[in-house]
Design a protein around this ligand. Structure first.
Ligand code: HEM
Length: 205
């Protein structure tokens, strides 16, 4: 039997962006406002989280679990990152609409300070997205590009961690989501250590 040919590159991005839009439309149509908006904000945060995890762990999976699947994820890392940015742009647009239509609900229990980590997260998301294209990438140069993308991904991981951590008392899926993000951080640090040890062993031999 022929293996299933999954889309790659821009086709993969278009498929993931399309899925995000269909999911958002279904969630918005399934309940009346403001619940529909709130559910769609949560749903897009979750689709963003899944895509972010794949992009965040791509190189670590190749180090720790080399194989066809992990290599494929690494090959598609840029696309997965851009699909995450797309999903999170929808998250942002829905938040904007929610804040415009229901300001009293939006600001209940929220301050400018409590919105700061997420807002800084969006600033980095913008920087990472713009510099994911060839011309800005060349303009920035390899070293600065790597520093920006590494620190940006760590910052976004911290924002996801915080977003789930503060919701742990609500129970449901939040403890699991926090554990997933925390484990991803441990996996990334372990892979970094493994690469360092391999380099040291190569230097010695
Ligand atoms: C990179 C930046 C951000 C990340 C990573 C992020 C992530 C998340 C996550 C993980 C959730 C919970 C999803 C769930 O229920 O499973 C969420 C929900 C939400 N976020 Fe964001 N967010 C970001 C930025 C923002 C900003 C700047 C605002 C507003 C100022 C915001 C407003 C909300 C709201 C209103 C909800 C729904 C809360 C609820 O109904 O419980 N987010 N976000």
């Amino acid at each position: 039997m022929k293996p299933l040919a999954l889309p790659s590159g821009w086709k993969l991005f278009t498929a993931l962006a399309g899925l995000t839009l269909v999911m958002t439309a279904v969630v918005l149509a399934s309940q009346p406002d403001p619940d529909s908006l709130r559910s769609a904000i949560r749903a897009t945060a979750r689709s963003s989280f899944a895509l972010f995890l794949l992009a965040f762990l791509a190189s670590s999976l190749v180090t720790l679990l080399p194989g066809t699947v992990s290599r494929r994820i690494l090959q598609e890392r840029r696309c997965l990152g851009l699909a995450f940015a797309f999903s999170h742009t929808v998250h942002g647009l829905l938040i904007y609409r929610y804040a415009q239509q229901f300001p009293e609900l939006f600001w209940a229990g929220r301050t400018l300070t409590s919105s700061l980590p997420g807002s800084v997260g969006y600033l980095f998301l913008l920087l990472l997205t713009v510099t994911s294209f060839n011309a800005p990438m060349r303009l920035l140069g390899g070293r600065a590009w790597r520093a920006l993308h590494s620190s940006g991904m760590w910052l976004l991981a911290a924002v996801f961690c915080l977003s789930f951590y503060k919701r742990i008392p609500m129970g449901g899926w939040y403890p699991l989501a926090f554990a997933l993000m925390f484990s991803a951080i441990v996996i990334k640090l372990t892979a970094r250590l493994a690469r360092q040890q391999r380099r040291n062993a190569q230097a010695l031999s």
